[in-house]
Design a protein around this ligand. Structure first.
Ligand code: NAG
Ligand code: NAG
Ligand code: NAG
Ligand code: NAG
Ligand code: NAG
Ligand code: NAG
Length: 393
């Protein structure tokens, strides 16, 4: 503001000085960011492109500037790409990998095959808002036309933004909002799948290039925290559980440990101390949690109903009860230390606690919704936790 005012005043008296100043500022904003990998299947700068047998770095800057983009990149001698952000599929490489002369100026470098020289004009990249009114960011999820994460598409004539999509989903009574392809808004109450793709939703919203609206076959999901709905009661991945403190992010690995055995049957609970026998992972099928052992797969184990004030109980027998029950996953409540979803029971993810078990040497056991006057713990010494899934890598 101060600059343009000054320029207008100076322009009146000395037009040449002002014109020269403006030109100098306009010709130097693009700063080299490095040589990145690129593939035709997943572009590192994905919004716009052009090719020319007369390509120069300046021609590419002019093309991307005209489109309003803040990143410009030259590749393979004659290709130019633009975007509002560098996509996560591009990996910074050695500058020496970009070694091809530009088709329009042999003294300049224009990337190479599958390597792109990237420049940035200094405009901040779009952001993923983490909280908007009652809505909080829940992750970036894969989506496809044949299997939609959320089933209701809402058309918003004024343009799809994180603000307009979450408001539209809220107005229509939905708990989840999803943004995709920079311009689609989807709403629903349940998610189809649980796997999160980190950093991948990086397509700017067409209607507001300061924020991201999903990606290509990728949905940015927002959750209304007033909603208390289970999202999945069958998980497609094996996991271990960890207790995560919402106050300081402390992560405590959990174990399914056998506490009582009679011939042909054992009972286990969820606790912080490994038992003699180690279950190597858990999974959830139709709401039942199934702790498994890779070394002793014949030890079939299944969860029982969860009782208020008690630790989750599992039974190991030759013929365990059919898996069915109250377990499900819900979107994580933005607690530091939890990457994916959290474990819930009867649509409540916020009732878990770690309680020192006074009849077991103060061993910290997981308790669902601690109660007063329990024979094995004092509810005043229980600490609230969320239960996060740790997937094997
Ligand atoms: C190539 O581009 C330069 C400027 O970038 C221009 O002066 C020249 O005429 C162009 N040549 C052809 C063959 O298009
Ligand atoms: C070719 O590139 C060099 C280095 O950037 C530059 O100095 C020169 O002006 C360019 N020539 C043309 C014709 O664009
Ligand atoms: C959040 O939801 C509550 C309960 O539905 C509602 O009263 C409130 O107006 C909402 N707040 C915002 C900012 O939308
Ligand atoms: C555009 O997005 C930015 C970043 O989220 C936000 O601050 C701004 O309010 C948005 N503008 C509109 C008109 O929604
Ligand atoms: C506490 O320890 C006792 C004895 O091992 C066990 O029966 C009980 O399930 C444990 N945990 C809780 C929360 O009661
Ligand atoms: C679960 O933890 C055990 C050790 O406690 C480990 O051997 C196993 O690989 C883990 N499984 C997963 C799925 O992370």
């Amino acid at each position: 503001m101060a600059f343009s005012t000054l320029c207008a005043v100076v322009a009146f008296a000395l037009p040449l000085v002002c014109a020269a100043t403006v030109q100098e500022r306009a010709s130097t904003p693009w700063a080299f960011q490095g040589c990145y990998t690129d593939t035709s299947a997943s572009r590192t700068l994905a919004e716009a492109s052009t090719t020319s047998s007369n390509m120069t770095v300046e021609t590419c800057f002019a093309f991307c500037t005209a489109g309003g983009f803040s990143f410009a990149g030259v590749e393979f001698g004659s290709e130019c790409y633009c975007d509002y952000a560098i996509q996560f599929t591009g990996v910074l490489s050695s500058a020496a990998d970009c070694n091809e002369a530009c088709s329009g100026n042999s003294t300049e470098t224009c990337g190479a095959g599958n390597f792109i020289d990237i420049y940035w004009n200094g405009t901040p990249p779009p952001i993923t808002p983490l909280q908007l009114g009652n809505w909080s960011y829940g992750g970036c999820f894969p989506d496809s036309v044949s299997a939609r994460q959320l089933s209701n598409q809402i058309i918003i004539p004024e343009g799809v933004t994180v603000e307009s999509c979450t408001s539209a989903c809220e107005a229509n009574g939905f708990d989840l909002a999803g943004l995709e392809f920079g311009q689609e808004c989807w709403c629903g109450d349940t998610l189809l799948s649980s796997s999160v793709v980190r950093d991948a939703c990086a397509t700017a919203c067409v209607a507001n290039t300061s924020e991201f609206c999903g990606g290509s076959n990728l949905m940015t999901i927002y959750e209304n925290p007033f909603a208390q709905d289970c999202y999945l009661n069958t998980l497609t991945f094996a996991f271990n559980l960890s207790a995560v403190s919402p106050t300081d992010g402390t992560i405590t690995p959990l174990h399914v440990a056998i506490i009582e055995t009679v011939p042909m049957i054992s009972w286990s609970i969820l606790t912080t101390v490994p038992g003699e026998f180690e279950f190597s992972f858990e999974t959830i099928v139709n709401g039942g949690m199934l702790p498994m052992s890779t070394s002793e797969p014949q030890f079939q184990t299944s969860s029982l109903a969860v009782a208020v004030g008690e630790s989750p109980v599992f039974v190991t027998t030759e013929f365990p009860p059919t898996a069915a029950g109250p377990y499900c996953s819900m979107l994580n409540p933005n607690i530091q230390g939890i990457a994916g979803q959290v474990l819930a029971v009867n649509s409540r993810k916020d009732l878990w606690a770690l309680c020192p078990n006074t009849t077991a040497g103060n061993r910290l056991d997981v308790v669902y919704s601690p109660i007063a006057n329990h024979p094995h713990y004092n509810s005043a010494s229980c600490e609230s936790v969320y239960l996060g899934f740790t997937e094997s890598s």
